[in-house]
Write a protein that binds this ligand. Structure first.
Ligand code: CP
Ligand code: NVA
Length: 322
């Protein structure tokens, strides 16, 4: 049930919507919430709260992680798609936002243009979370950075959980897409450097990514050079959802942007490999790398649920220290 008027509503539409200090808190909470889950400790801070999930694109991880996560926090979930709601019959997004946010406490949306989620948020009484737009995928980078901290830092240590990333190099190999834009925001906010290598014509656009400056990233023509010295190498599909008509052209343009063992060899010896999944072995990543010892993709996928539970707790209850 929604309370109205609510405390000032915080949305999570882009990575830059939270401060570094709030991320430090969130990662500490994610570690504690994960610990409780693994120990079968009941934790129901969101009892009687409802999450509406709106999917205009397909999903496996986002659907399962939000739905399971909300139930584990004691809440419940309403699942809507374009095909089974009035969203697919041209009801204005503003009207949908007004109605859905009167009956639920939190909304997660996966859609196409970022302008659509912004319109929804600006007419919503409750927090709105970006479950992926053409431009950004903040929940995924939240999970990726938490996974990096788990493997290379101290996840329970608020205040210095983020230190393990400071000054490091993260290499992005592939499309200048929603994931790349979100990594750019994370690098600027959290103090690491992003090395990007994309085929010509598929570069990132600093203004779309919404950066203040170009100080936190470097562009490389050769993907091997982007990986040199990196502590984390990451990639994504060559063709994102919504761009299927370009698939044939992309298969040709991206042929040299496959993360393979040669690329991993020039990274740091203890470099991790991440991929948001779903993956295509033999396209953006070789089977040897994604199924190899440096890959942490399964932890990364699982961590979507733990970090999003911490995010939902934060957006609805503020800073919790339980
Ligand atoms: N990584 C990710 O968002 O996966 P889904 O498309 O399966 O939700
Ligand atoms: N860039 C991909 C991510 C999928 C999780 C897409 O938008 O389809």
């Amino acid at each position: 049930m929604s309370s109205f008027p609510p405390a000032p509503v915080r949305h999570y539409l882009q990575f830059s919507d939270l401060s570094a200090d709030e991320y430090a808190h969130l990662f500490t909470r994610a570690a504690e919430i994960k610990r409780k889950f693994k120990a079968y400790e009941k934790y129901h801070p969101l009892a009687d709260r409802t999450l509406a999930m709106i999917f205009e694109k397909a999903s496996t991880r986002t659907r399962v992680s939000f739905e399971a996560g909300m139930y584990q926090l004691g809440g419940s979930v309403v699942h809507l798609t374009t095909g089974d709601s009035q969203l697919g019959r041209a009801e204005p997004i503003e009207d949908s936002a007004r109605v859905i946010s009167r009956m639920t406490d939190l909304v997660m949306i996966r859609t196409y243009g970022h302008d659509k989620i912004e319109s929804f948020a600006s007419h919503s009484r409750v927090p709105v979370i970006n479950g992926l737009t053409n431009e950004f995928h903040p929940c995924q980078i939240l999970a990726d950075i938490f996974t990096y901290i788990e493997h290379r830092g101290s996840p329970g240590a608020e205040g210095n959980a983020l230190d393990c990333l400071k000054g490091k190099v993260v290499a992005w190999v592939g499309d200048g897409n929603n994931m790349a834009n979100t990594w750019l925001q994370a690098a600027e906010l959290l103090g690491f450097t992003l090395h990007l290598s994309t085929p010509s014509g598929y570069e990132v656009d600093q203004s779309v990514a919404g950066l203040r400056s170009s100080a936190s990233y470097k562009i490389f023509k050769d993907p091997h050079e982007a990986c040199r010295g990196a502590s984390l190498v990451t990639t994504d599909v060559w063709t994102s959802m919504g761009y299927e008509a370009e698939n044939e052209a992309r298969m040709k343009a991206f042929a040299d942007w496959c993360v393979d063992e040669d690329m991993m060899r020039v990274a740091q010896p203890d470099a991790l490999f991440m991929h948001c999944l779903p993956a295509h072995r033999g396209e953006e990543v070789s089977a040897e790398v994604i199924d190899g010892p440096q890959s942490v993709v399964w932890d990364e996928a699982e961590n979507r649920m733990h970090v999003q539970k911490a995010l939902m707790e934060f957006l609805l209850l503020g800073r919790v220290h339980a």
